[in-house]
Design a protein around this ligand. Structure first.
Ligand code: ZN
Length: 463
C-alpha cells in the first residue's frame, strides 16, 4: 500500500531528525536563543508535520467518501427493505385471496357434486318409471289380446255389424269410447282396462315430473359450471400474480444481499482508514511533542524573565474582548477526539455563533495576546492553519490557531491585550473559530498542554 510505504519512510526521516535533534540539544546549554541547527531542525520537523497532516487530511477525506458510500448504500438497503415489505404484503394479500377463492371453489364443487347426485338419483327414478310403464303397457297389450279374442268369439256367433265397428277402431280410446261395445265386455274386463289406463296415466305424469325436475337440476348445474369456470380462471390469474410477486420478492432479496455485502466491504475499508488515521494521529502527537521539545529548549522557565520586562501582571487574560462562547472544550472534542485546547467563537446574546444571515460572527474578528511576551512561532501548519505561539517569559506559552491572518512575526515582543491576528478558518476546521492552548514549561523542563480554563478566568461576557 502506497500510503503505508509513505508513512514508513516518513517515520524513518522523523527518527533521523529526532536523533539529530537529541544530539544537537544534548550538547547545547539551556539557552534562550535557538542555535542555527536547532532552527533548521525545527523547520524540518514542521515540514514533516505538514506532510503527515496532509496525509491525515487525505485519509480523512477517503474515510468520509467511504462513509458517504456506506450511507448511500444504507439508504438503498432501507428502500429495498421497504420494497420487500410492500411485496410481502402484496403476496400475503394474494395468498389470502387464493385461500378465500379455494374455499369458494370447494363450496361450489360440493354444490355441484350434490346436484350431480340428485340428477343421478332422478335418472334412476326415470328409468324405474320407464320400466314400470313398459310393464303396464305389456300388461295392457295382453289384456287387449284377450278382449279381442273374446269379441272374435262373439263375432263367430253372429253379431257382425258391431264386431266390424269394433275392429276398425284405430286406438284404445276410440275403442273404449264406444259405449255400446263396453256393454259387451264383462264388467271385470272393463275394470281391469280402466285400472291399467289409470296406472299408465299416473306413470306418464310421474315421468313428466321427473323429466322436468331433471331439466331444472341440469340448468342449475350448468350455472354452477359457469361459476366454476370463472373461479378457476380467477384462480389461475391469482396463481400467476403470486408467482410474479414471488419473483420480485426473490429479486429484491438478492439485491438486498448484494447491498449488504457492499456495506460490509465498505465497513472493512472504513475500519482500515480509521486505523490508518489513528496511526498517523499518533505520529502527529509524537511530532507535536517534538515541538514541545523545542519549547523545552527555547522556551522560558519560571523566573527566567521578570514580569516587568513584558509589563505582565502575572495572570493570563482572555484572548477575546467581545461576547463569546466555548464551542469545544479541553481535553476532548464532543465527538470524542483528543483536543488540546479550547475553541472559542463570538456569539449573539442567545449564544448563536452565526448572525441571522447564517454568517459566522467570528470570521475576520481580532484576537489578543493573553499576556505579554515574545512570539516564538508565527507560522502555518496544516492542522492549525495560521498560528502563533507566544512565550510569556515565566514558563507559560499560549497558542492561537486557525487565523485568517497574523499581525505578528517570530521574534516580536507583544504586550498583554495586543492584537495578534484575525480569527479565521485556516487549517483543519469545520468553521471559523479561535483555537487557544496553554502550554507550561515546568522547572524539570517538561512541557504540559494544560486546560486553559485552569489558567485563564472567563470574563462575564463568555456565555
Ligand atoms: Zn480547537
Amino acid at each position: 500500500m502506497s500510503l503505508k510505504n509513505k508513512r514508513v519512510s516518513t517515520k524513518k526521516k522523523i527518527l533521523c531528525l529526532l536523533l539529530a535533534l537529541v544530539c544537537a540539544f544534548s550538547v547545547a546549554a539551556p539557552c534562550y536563543a535557538p542555535t542555527a541547527s536547532a532552527q533548521e531542525s525545527l523547520e524540518d520537523l514542521r515540514n514533516q508535520i505538514d506532510d503527515l497532516e496532509n496525509e491525515i487530511i487525505e485519509d480523512n477525506k477517503a474515510l468520509q467518501e467511504v462513509q458517504d458510500d456506506i450511507k448511500t448504500n444504507e439508504q438503498k438497503l432501507n428502500s429495498l427493505n421497504k420494497q420487500l415489505d410492500k411485496i410481502s404484503k402484496q403476496v400475503d394479500l394474494i395468498m389470502d385471496s387464493i385461500s378465500i377463492l379455494n374455499d369458494d371453489i370447494d363450496d361450489l364443487q360440493n354444490d355441484i357434486d350434490l346436484l350431480q347426485a340428485k340428477i343421478n338419483e332422478t335418472d334412476t327414478q326415470i328409468t324405474e318409471i320407464e320400466i314400470q310403464i313398459g310393464e303396464t303397457e305389456f300388461l295392457m297389450d295382453s289384456t287387449r289380446e284377450v278382449l279381442l279374442a273374446r269379441i272374435r268369439e262373439n263375432y263367430m256367433s253372429g253379431e257382425a255389424s258391431t264386431v266390424e265397428l269394433l275392429l276398425t277402431s284405430g286406438d284404445l280410446s276410440t275403442f273404449f269410447a264406444r259405449k255400446e261395445l263396453i256393454t259387451r265386455v264383462s264388467e271385470n274386463d272393463a275394470k281391469l282396462i280402466t285400472e291399467l289406463t289409470d296406472k299408465i296415466n299416473e306413470l306418464a305424469e310421474l315421468q313428466t315430473e321427473l323429466e322436468a325436475k331433471k331439466t331444472t337440476l341440469e340448468e342449475s348445474k350448468a350455472e354452477f359450471d359457469v361459476q366454476m369456470d370463472n373461479l378457476s380462471e380467477r384462480q389461475t390469474e391469482l396463481e400467476d400474480s403470486k408467482k410474479a410477486q414471488q419473483q420480485k420478492q426473490s429479486d429484491a432479496a438478492e439485491k438486498y444481499r448484494e447491498v449488504e455485502n457492499i456495506i460490509s466491504e465498505l465497513d472493512k475499508d472504513s475500519e482500515e482508514y480509521k486505523k490508518q488515521i489513528k496511526r498517523k494521529e499518533a505520529e502527529r502527537e509524537a511530532l507535536e511533542a517534538e515541538i514541545d521539545a523545542i519549547i523545552k529548549a527555547e522556551g522560558s522557565q519560571v523566573g527566567d524573565i521578570p514580569d516587568e520586562e513584558y509589563e505582565n501582571d502575572g495572570e493570563l487574560g482572555w484572548p477575546l474582548k467581545e461576547r463569546c462562547t466555548i464551542t469545544a472544550g479541553y481535553p476532548y472534542y464532543p465527538s470524542g477526539g483528543r483536543h488540546w485546547g479550547i475553541d472559542i467563537c463570538l456569539c449573539t446574546k442567545s449564544g448563536s455563533t452565526r448572525d441571522s444571515n447564517g454568517n459566522s460572527l467570528s470570521y475576520g474578528e481580532p484576537y489578543y495576546a493573553a499576556q505579554g511576551g515574545e512570539v516564538i512561532i508565527a507560522d502555518w501548519h496544516s492542522s492549525f492553519g495560521n498560528y502563533v505561539v507566544v512565550d510569556h517569559g515565566d514558563g507559560k506559552q499560549t497558542l492561537y490557531a486557525h487565523s485568517k491572518s497574523l499581525n505578528v512575526k517570530k521574534g516580536d515582543i507583544v504586550k498583554k491585550g495586543q492584537q495578534l491576528g484575525l480569527m479565521g478558518d485556516t487549517g483543519n476546521v469545520t468553521g471559523p473559530h479561535l483555537h487557544f492552548e496553554v502550554r507550561i514549561k515546568k522547572a524539570d523542563g517538561s512541557v504540559n498542554r494544560v486546560n486553559p480554563l485552569d489558567y485563564v478566568s472567563k470574563p462575564s461576557y463568555v456565555i
